[in-house]
Design a binder for this molecule. Sequence first.
Ligand SMILES: *[C@@H]1O[C@H](CO)[C@@H](O)[C@H](O)[C@H]1NC(C)=O
Ligand SMILES: *[C@@H]1O[C@H](CO)[C@@H](O)[C@H](O)[C@H]1NC(C)=O
Length: 493
Amino acid sequence: MLFSSFDSLKEKFISIFDKYFVANLCKIVLLSGVILYLASIFLFKDSNCSSYYELLESSNNNKSPQISHFISSNDTNPTNLNHIVFGLLGSEKAWHYRKNYIESWWKPKVTRGYLFLDVPPSGNLLPWSKNSPPYKVSKNITKLVQETHHVAPIMARMVHGIKEIFDQEHEGVRWLIMGDDDSIFFLENIVDVLGKYDHNKYYYFGGQSEYILSNFWFSFDQGFGGAGIIMSFPLAKALAEDIESCLRRYPFLNSADLITMTCIVDLGANFSPLKGLHQFDLRGDISGLLSSHPKAPLMSLHHFDATSPIFPSMDRIQSTKHLMRAANYDQSRMLQQTICHHRSSNWTFSVSWGYSVHIYEKIMPRSHLIKPIQTFSAWVAKPENPPYYMFNTRSSVKDSCETPHLFFLKSIGETWNRNEIMATYSRSAVRRLPGCPIGGNHPANYVNKIQVYSRRTKRTEMDRCECCDIIHTTGSNKAQLKLRECLTNEKIA
Ligand SMILES: *[C@@H]1O[C@H](CO)[C@@H](O)[C@H](O)[C@H]1NC(C)=O
Ligand SMILES: *[C@@H]1O[C@H](CO)[C@@H](O)[C@H](O)[C@H]1NC(C)=O
């Protein structure tokens, strides 16, 4: 918002609009019988009231596994989930607990692909869970390993998995994604992002490590496997055909991701990082990074075993399921950062959709807040001096003006008229700091609940972030935020 004097007027307007206009409009539509109801679908095709139907349609589209298996690879239909095959690499031992991560996003009988295990499953893994990907046991490549004196047989097995998944499943496939048994994928966003690229060309997408030295030690030009390595069909095909020859050429390479990159580069393609794929080579509390996610659709998360649970009051598995609850409402906004200012208190709100809200007790510009607070630590013992990370960070030192009040997602649902999504965030802890003097000393300690409203419609154009308006009366323990498109020339500062 540009003019603080307009704040309260705007808030009043929004709340009146909200409570009475939209509510009554939808009430009339719903209660006025079948004819008016049906007519409204046509008459108000682009109004707020119809977005619910659009959403139902789009989620149904994802569940149509029938046709595309038989479509030739040069068809021009938009990319859907059926065009994508996953090869997940895991071990029998770890699967006992890691299956929870995969089952949080895998859609049984809809998502295509296999989990590759080192040995056949046993114990309480049998009978095999219907909610898990079907499994295969990796091919025995002992002969190849022995002949080449390969330095890392397990890594060779993982790389060979690319050929095994390709041989298994390539009919109508546009993209092949290799992941780990603890990779969490956001399928709708993956479909939307990949749909923008020509799958008939050679593409090698992935995520770099967040930790600078990991990239230095392995390669700045490789995708890290846990974030997901994405290959277009012709590249996956060429790689599958060349994989044994490549394993023979590089028996001295000791990392699966590095071998994969090396083989791909020898086929003439190069690595393109995507900002929504996350390896998460970090430890401890990663909430700082998740609260300032890059402005790109979230596609994957990884290493949840290595970090603290992402929600403070839950364990790792509960946290994963909780995050997925939000993702099931709207993946396009997932972790997208929206910032707005409450001028009469000099507060700044920063929302990471579906995850957290921060309140700062002074006005802060977006250019500052997109830098993650360094709540996390390095993957391995870090050198004495920076740089440590592949992005700029803000200090996590306690400071009344720089340290936010923290709120995490509590619940999410539709508003009663179903044209908006409402996410409720609750305070995770008392901040235990005095008020910020620069902001005029307006402590936000009494706020303990924040409701964030967003449209039900997907937001696929990512050229600009959203903006928001705040409804909050000084002294109230509740604040409401309404997400909207930014105005022309609107400054978030
Ligand atoms: C894998 O193959 C080698 C010979 O190439 C054999 O000695 C070994 O027993 C096999 N391993 C398994 C688990 O079948
Ligand atoms: C907000 O902060 C500015 C800059 O520090 C200050 O001049 C102004 O008085 C503050 N407003 C309130 C209501 O405290």
